[in-house]
Design a protein around this ligand. Structure first.
Ligand SMILES: NC(=O)c1ccc[n+]([C@@H]2O[C@H](COP(=O)([O-])OP(=O)(O)OC[C@H]3O[C@@H](n4cnc5c(N)ncnc54)[C@H](O)[C@@H]3O)[C@@H](O)[C@H]2O)c1
Length: 347
């Protein structure tokens, strides 16, 4: 009885501190604490006590959705010394370069093209992803890698193999050799493009790539699984749907991921306490949601934007699509209609 009381006091003290600056880690400790209790009855009682204390201390928002200013500040503290961003000169990379700056003392920017306007907190590591010694140098002394470099669309097989497959292998090998503990990778809807919208799949649905590009994303998701299972390198795979300044067509009324939500998604993936091997669908808080993101709840990604604001304008300038057309009924959209890229190259 005395031991149970002592545990209760410890838990009460931990839970009462949920409003303190280190909210996330304190909650983790509290959860860890009651999972260490041996008696089931004590566990149930302590859990209920924790919930009550959470309500009394006003920590309910932290337990569900990080939507108050104090929590946002907490999540934006410097979690890392150095983060490496690949594809840093690209459309999304150049957004992440700014958006992730508060998370690390230093951001190292890598791309095959020059990095413009280096800031005081930034350093450049210009290289081809296929150049393993250079990738190793880029990853030296890094705590986390945000891997957005590579071919962003369907491309000839040679380019897919070199930039996406060999390049990503080099990133994981460099992470292993340099002791990097976490990788956040820009995967894609095109890894699962042949699933129908109505299937409402979650992250456990099998790969169904719709292109060589999608196939390369499947490869990297499995590569990351191997490196987690065997070498303990954590990864978050962001199956980004359509990240553009605003929705450009009717499909994007459900598939759109705003640039700000993209930064939120990568931030959540970097600061979540434990991610293992996680797959998360990357789309904004659109009204229509054809996939189920519940298996990534532990990442704590809460998109704030929605395509609805653009619906009227998009519908006014586009015709309703044929609901039976594969490009409409399957997640991959117009990628479904693409032929083999090497055929098109020689035609
Ligand atoms: N934008 C989207 O809607 C979307 C959707 C799904 C996935 N993604 C993924 O997000 C990532 C970034 O996409 P983006 O839209 O910013 O594309 P982007 O083309 O603007 O950026 C990619 C960057 O990678 C660099 N790069 C390409 N091959 C390289 C190589 N071999 N070595 C070094 N650098 C190389 C390019 O120079 C470029 O700056 C890509 O991996 C893409 O597949 C994007």
């Amino acid at each position: 009885m005395a031991a149970a009381t002592a545990r209760l006091v410890r838990l009460r003290s931990m839970t009462a501190r949920l409003c303190a600056p280190k909210v996330g880690s304190m909650f983790q400790q509290a959860v860890g604490s009651y999972f260490r209790c041996r008696e089931a009855a004590d566990l149930a009682r302590l859990l209920s006590e924790a919930k009550n204390l959470g309500a009394k201390t006003g920590s309910k928002a932290m337990l569900s959705k990080p939507n108050d200013k104090r929590q946002r500040r907490t999540r934006m503290t410097q979690h890392y010394n150095t983060i490496l961003i690949t594809g840093a000169a690209g459309r999304l990379g150049s957004r992440l370069r700014v958006g992730l700056a508060p998370l690390a003392r230093r951001i190292r920017l890598s791309d095959r093209v020059d990095i413009a306007n280096l800031q005081a907190n930034e350093e450049a590591a210009v290289c081809e992803l296929t150049d393993f010694p250079a990738v190793q140098t880029a990853a030296a002394g890094v705590d986390a890698i945000v891997h957005f470099g590579g071919a962003p669309l369907e491309s000839p097989w040679d380019e897919i193999v070199s930039s996406n497959i060999q390049g990503s292998y080099n990133i994981y090998e460099a992470a292993r050799k340099q002791g990097v503990r976490r990788v956040v990778y820009a995967s894609s809807v095109h890894a699962i493009g042949y699933h129908p919208l109505e299937a409402h799949i979650d992250a456990e649905a099998p790969h169904r790539p719709d292109s060589l590009y999608g196939l390369s994303k499947c490869f990297v998701e499995d590569l990351g699984r191997l490196y987690w299972d065997k070498f303990g390198i954590e990864s978050v795979f962001l199956r980004i749907f359509s990240s553009f300044p605003e929705p450009a067509d009717r499909r994007m009324l459900w598939s759109w991921l705003s640039f700000d939500d993209c930064v939120r998604l990568v931030t959540a993936s970097l600061v979540a306490p434990r991610v293992g091997h996680t797959i998360v669908f990357g789309m904004s808080n659109n009204m229509i949601k054809p996939v189920d993101n519940s298996l990534a709840g532990h990442i704590g990604f809460y998109p704030k934007d929605s395509a609805e604001a653009f619906r009227a304008a998009v519908e006014a300038k586009t015709s309703p699509p044929d609901p039976k057309a594969p490009a409409t009924s399957l997640l991959g959209g117009w990628f479904i209609d693409l032929g083999h890229p090497d055929d098109e190259k020689t035609a």
